[in-house]
Write a protein that binds this ligand. Structure first.
Ligand code: SAJ
Length: 407
């Protein structure tokens, strides 16, 4: 059996490599000619811990990369499913186009596994009618499955192997076939269910985390007014056997947790009061940081915003991904003249994405008086001593010292 993985991004590439390194026959397809060329030359298109070794093994096992869809009977679709910020809905265009192209080449009886994140109901609403319109009978000519991913950027390879996963299909025998493929590398439990439940559980997992982060963020605001240390409060409360509070921060970024809850809110506006409130709390955090910056500027008699430096542009620590990053959200909320002045630096971001961005840490530090730690990269933990002369606003609790400004 040959497996064709469609879309070689953050999820598709490691998945294709894991399958191939486990001995399966794999072809990876992507529309990006440059990426395909690089991969065929043995060059990875992005960095991820442990992925190089898996890549080498996959190459030895003859994995191939191409811009064409291959005629086979097993497809895993990992194309992007962007979210439309104005309507808060998912955009299934890439998914529709991938499935349409598969239908042009696939063998009779093929299994199409959608791994891309979809909002609950998307497969029924768009994919089934599309297949039927093209004259295929679902369950005979093609079979559908949904196998949402759960891996976390920064620890993807480990989590691909060890996480439990969900497979939804119309028939148990199809779910089992898909499960056998994933079992080639996945040691975690594989739970079989129907497609709608698989869709719902994926979005629910990210929504759960969003709501729980919002609770921690709200606590940070309460504790500031109450004059109590939020981190100490959380540390102590978490000693209770049934309490497990997450950490507050400058906001929630990334392509998943800050996005997926909107799918539920968009589709079930009457039922999602808690989820909506949580989104609002998390979205308010960059503005909360901004008010803290203003307070600190006033109390230190600093009038010029160009004396403020934001450390960290990525959405979380030790990755280079800046999608929906709280720092970028904060800069967007500044008036134009201020957003030109405020400085920023991130050791992981090598291209210019903000107006007043520095690429050398020393230069950055020498130009600012207030350093706002927005991301807890290992780099800042290792270089704490360099900030001795600065006023620090630490939104990630990197510094444990009492006299440092917190959220
Ligand atoms: N964050 C906090 N406080 C915390 C934890 C996180 O403020 O205590 C912030 C982070 O700084 C970041 C955001 O939340 O801005 C999200 O980061 P994350 O590390 O929690 O998650 P992601 O977005 O990198 O990956 C999530 C994961 N989902 C869950 O943990 C439920 C991952 O397993 C999914 O595969 C991924 O979404 C996805 O693709 O859906």
């Amino acid at each position: 059996m040959m497996i064709n993985v469609i879309g070689l991004g953050y999820i598709g590439l490691p998945t294709a490599l894991m399958l191939a390194s486990s001995g399966l026959n794999v072809v990876g397809t992507d529309i990006n000619e440059d990426s395909v060329k690089k991969l065929n030359q043995g060059v990875l298109t992005f960095e991820e811990k442990g992925m190089k070794d898996v890549f080498e093994k996959a190459l030895k096992n003859n994995i191939k990369f191409t811009t064409n869809y291959i005629k086979t009977n097993f497809y895993i679709v990992t194309v992007p499913t962007p979210y439309i910020s104005t309507s808060k809905k998912l955009d299934p265009t890439y998914l529709i186009s991938a499935v349409s192209t598969i239908l042009e080449v696939c063998e009779k009886g093929s299994i199409i596994v959608v791994e891309s994140t979809v909002s609950p109901g998307i497969i029924d609403e768009y994919i089934r009618p599309l297949i039927e319109r093209k004259g295929f009978i679902i369950g005979e000519d093609v079979h559908l499955a949904h196998a949402p991913e759960r891996i976390i950027p920064g620890n993807m390879i480990y989590e691909l192997v060890n996480n439990s996963r969900t497979i939804g299909a119309d028939e148990l025998k199809i779910a089992e076939k898909v499960s056998d493929v994933f079992k080639s590398f996945c040691k975690g439990e594989i739970v079989l269910t129907d497609i709608r439940t698989a869709e719902m559980s994926k979005v629910v997992e990210n929504t759960f985390r969003d709501v729980n982060i919002a609770f921690a963020n709200e606590l940070a605001k309460i504790c500031r007014v109450a004059g109590v240390d939020v981190y100490e409060t959380i540390r102590i409360s978490n000693k209770h056997p049934r309490v497990n509070i997450l950490q507050p921060g400058p906001g929630v970024g990334g392509h998943c947790i800050s996005v997926d809850p909107w799918f539920l809110i968009g589709d079930y506006p009457e039922e999602t009061r808690l989820i909506t409130a949580a989104r609002e709390v998390n979205d308010s955090m960059p503005s909360h940081v901004l008010s803290r910056i203003k307070e600190i500027m006033i109390s230190n008699n600093i009038k010029d915003v160009s004396k403020v430096g934001l450390y960290g542009l990525t959405y979380k620590e030790n990755v280079d991904d800046t999608r929906e990053s709280p720092t970028l959200q904060l800069i967007e909320r500044l008036e134009d003249n201020l957003s030109f002045s405020i400085k920023s630096y991130d050791p992981y971001v090598k291209n210019k994405i903000t107006e007043n961005q520095y690429f050398n840490f020393n230069d950055f530090l020498s130009e600012v008086e207030i350093v706002v730690i927005m991301v807890a990269h290992n780099h800042i933990k290792e270089n704490k001593d360099m900030l001795k002369k600065h006023i620090i606003l630490d939104t990630k609790n990197v510094f444990k010292d009492k006299d440092i400004e917190k959220l």
